[in-house]
Ligand binder design. Structure first.
Ligand SMILES: Cc1ncc(COP(=O)(O)O)c(C=O)c1O
Length: 424
């Protein structure tokens, strides 16, 4: 009989297999220094485009002060226990009231982590008779939540209205037989490519089909909509979202998350979210920190304005230079280039070492083979100079990619990979 661990030596998984070439540099890189537009990577200053600190709150002095004071007051333990048992406080309730008001819903419930909260919310919203219809490009936490579902589920083609309708029809046929309902899940903003979910058109389908809409608005919260209430507000359909989710890990630059909906729905969910019932409550330092951040989202619209000035300068600059930035409708700025994984590795190294630009790189299997996606996250902290040096660097690396420089330079990486695959 095989040992359970044997398989790990044969196949480290789609990302793990690159570990010997990539770890510490492309995967698990260490960005050091205060979280800002410029950080330190391997001892050198780099313009940082890979931190989801949209509104520049992570190292904002007022935020740091509240975080520090709350840490001193509460420590990192308080409150001990799950919300239902011994981890519930007035401040959790206050945060929930303020979040609900901010996203224009009746009630909200604070979650200790976004990922687990999302998994449990999906789990709690459906039973075996219900049908889930969701976007094929959904975030991993949605996919994991759907995995727990004991009934039928259908994926639709990414943001494709025809496919959404087709799958709603299939779901309707099944739900009519089982006596269940339909849950449609979309993201407010798709985090890799930056497109907004087609919420307006999805909500319009409620005239024709009977379903409830659950939106993961991790990247839309705080960045989209007149007041920052997210993609639903931006598209004028916040009311049509039945359950709204956002994490504190992006615009709020913290940890934790929340869901918001009608009061009766939140009252049901708070008694049925397994990841909240059986895990520790969000700690007080983070609750106080979230209240402070939310206050800044409300009272400092200039942060969102500055963010969007930067987004517009970066995205229009890239477009003017002929870069393919896909169909982004948010701050997330993807740049698509054609090339192999080894070429992508040399390119990123050149960007970091010689041009001082740090952005995330995404390759196959996350995107189709032969494409390189460089993903830039603008923040309100970036300066015009940061954007200008980045645009110039991108023009330079595109030239090296197109004239074969990176192909030549990547020959030794290809060799090393081939040797590794052959087990040498
Ligand atoms: C779309 C989306 N949903 C959910 C999450 C998970 O949130 P958290 O980091 O709070 O666990 C993330 C990542 O942060 C995300 O990008």
């Amino acid at each position: 009989m095989r040992d359970l661990f044997d398989k790990f030596y044969e196949d480290k998984g789609p990302l793990g297999k690159w570990s010997s070439q990539a770890e510490g540099y492309f995967i698990f890189p260490k960005l050091e220094g205060p979280i800002s537009n410029r950080m330190t990577f391997k001892g050198k200053e780099v313009v940082t485009w890979s931190v989801n600190d949209y509104l520049g709150l992570a190292d904002h002095p007022e935020v740091r002060k509240v975080d520090a004071e709350a840490g001193a007051k509460w420590g990192s333990a308080y409150p001990m226990g799950a919300r239902m048992m011994s981890g519930h406080t007035d401040l959790h309730e206050q945060l929930q009231r303020e979040l609900a008001e901010f996203v224009q819903k009746e009630a909200a419930y604070v979650l200790n982590f976004g990922y687990q909260g999302m998994v449990s919310t999906i789990d709690a919203l459906v039973n075996k008779d219900d049908v889930i219809v969701y976007d094929v490009d959904a975030h991993a936490c949605i996919i994991d939540g759907v995995r727990l579902h004991m009934g039928k589920r259908f994926t639709y083609k990414h943001n494709d209205m025809e496919s959404i309708e087709k799958n709603l029809q299939r779901a309707t046929r099944i739900a009519e037989k089982t006596g269940g309902g339909i849950l449609l899940i979309s993201e407010g903003v798709f985090g890799m490519r930056g497109e907004q979910g087609r919420l307006k058109e999805i909500v319009a389908l409620k005239e024709k089909y009977n379903f409830r809409l659950f939106v993961d608005d991790a990247h839309g919260f705080g960045t989209l909509g007149k007041t920052g209430a997210g993609a639903g507000e931006e598209q004028g359909v916040q009311d049509g979202i039945d359950v709204y989710f956002a994490t504190f890990a992006k615009a709020m630059a913290s940890t934790g998350a929340f869901i918001a909906a009608d009061k009766e729905i939140i009252d049901y969910l708070k008694y049925n979210l397994r990841s909240q019932m059986f895990a520790k409550s969000l700690q007080m330092q983070l609750v106080e920190g979230a209240l402070k951040r939310l206050d800044m989202l409300r009272s400092m619209p200039e942060l969102k304005q500055k963010l969007w000035d930067n987004v517009n300068m970066l995205q229009s600059g890239l477009r003017e230079r002929g870069f393919d930035i896909g169909t982004t409708q948010s701050c997330v700025t993807p740049v698509y280039l054609k090339g192999s994984i080894p070429e992508a590795m040399v390119l990123v190294q050149d960007l970091r070492e010689n041009y001082g630009i740090f952005c995330s790189i995404v390759v196959y299997p996350v995107i189709p083979r032969g494409l390189i996606l460089l993903r830039l996250i603008p923040t309100s902290n970036h300066t015009k100079e940061d954007i200008q040096v980045t645009l110039d660097a991108f023009s330079a690396i595109r030239e090296s990619l197109e004239n074969g420089t990176y192909k030549k330079m990547s020959a030794n990486i290809v060799d090393a990979m081939e040797k590794e695959e052959a087990g040498e």
